[in-house]
Design a protein around this ligand. Sequence first.
Ligand code: SF4
Length: 89
Amino acid sequence: MTVIGAAHTPRFAGRIVPRTFAKKATAFLARDGIVLYDNPDAFLICAFKRDNALCEPEPDATAPRQHDCRPGCGNAVRTDTHARQAGAG
Ligand code: SF4
């Protein structure tokens, strides 16, 4: 058992949504022109909005600094699979 690894697993602070939510979310995000970035290392999808980003991207950035992804960011989206993976540490 790796206790140290579990201590560094990002904490899930979102909610679990049904599978049908993905279709609604896709339409909503396409409306705002948001680009989604898969971040499997952090067990999440980043719905990048530069003004909300906690990873401190450059002022004109069009992509997140995923290597510096931070817990509690409002751009983070987790599916139920991500939540399970995050909890599996
Ligand atoms: S902190 Fe993470 S979720 Fe937030 S914008 Fe940066 S990469 Fe995306």
